[in-house]
Design a protein around this ligand. Sequence first.
Ligand code: GLV
Ligand code: MN
Ligand code: MN
Length: 428
Amino acid sequence: MISSDCSDPATLPASGPGGVRAVERCDALGIAPYSEEPDRLFRPYLSAAYRATRDSLAGWMQAAGMKTRVDAAGNLVGRYEGLTPDAPALLIGSHIDSVRDAGRYDGMLGVLLGVEVVARYAALGQRFPFAIEVIGFGDEEGSRFPVSMLTSRAVAGLLKDVPTGMQDAAGVSLQAALAEEGLELEHMPEAARKPGEILAYLEAHIEQGPVLEAENRAVGVVTAIAAQYRFRVSVQGVAGHAGTMPMTLRQDALAAAAEAVLAIETIGQSGPSDLVATVGQLTVAPGVPNVVPGEVVFSIDVRAGDAAVRNAAAAEIRTALEALAVRRKVTLDMTLQQDLPATPCDAALTNLLSNAARTTIGDEPRRMVSGAGHDAMVVAALAPVCMLFIRCEGGISHNPAEAVDPSDVDQAFLVMTRFIEDFAGHCP
Ligand code: GLV
Ligand code: MN
Ligand code: MN
């Protein structure tokens, strides 16, 4: 567990903002052993770094007055009881996994803000008609296994069928990764919360885009999250000798994939500004200098605020890829791996959050659609959700240069506490 002078709730003024400490803790978690790599942050689901992070976070949750547990999907959950035992909960959270070479605030900041909020109420001895639970979800990024948000899907009760056949890049199965920490794949769906146990979900997250900074605003309120597709494309050509195979006779899988990548970019550029299409992962086999590539596997991520726009772009991509495969005499298979629908945030909660922001900051908050995916889009199947965005420097994210201004995070903390107090006033 991290020991640092930012870990003692007694050092926090009971009524003061907790944003600064949340930022310090994100920074402390940005290095080994909280990262799998010594020189950059990479914290995949169920890795040793993931477990080390979860242990430190559990310590901070306990110090903040919460009881903690790891659920059947490996998520960390802290609970601060309400006025009565077993009261339904307001859930606050985000994810604790990261992309490779990540920034320190994506996901983790929202979890640590939840911890700060509870620390404040515990220090004041204040309880609500509802419990407050803080959750650190395990795999929002999907940076280890082929799909993302299995753990929030489990909590939302959407993991009806156990996800079989999933392996990471090193060939470790999801089943084996869960078993390493005493969890069983067959029991993963048991992380599901019962209807009525969760009253609402609040997720604070860095914006990961440039709008708030351009408008000189500390925070914004999310109205909806864009629809996402993830595909796996495999291209089979014919491997051959790089010195003897004439250019005209090649069935080069990588050259075909390169053309595909450019076609995908062109299609992404041809729609409305919220349509985006990305190839972020590509492997080449056999991957040696003197062999014409025989096989390429790559990912496609397609998103848009409107699912119809996303779907049309994906159909156009499929047509373009099939056509180039025929022309280049390779075989191509494009398989859908993940379909996350566009998710509106709950209108009443979003209004409550906007009011909290207006009261705290004295200004009508910016309302915006999130192009980035969040656990909130899955939790929406379980409970009404709302999201608060926090300005980040240059809009940069999924990049070690990710940065936040601690005073913006203090503002977010104040908006969250105001929201909770207003929510208590609306609570049945
Ligand atoms: C997660 O950050 C995503 O939007 O893919
Ligand atoms: Mn991310
Ligand atoms: Mn995130």
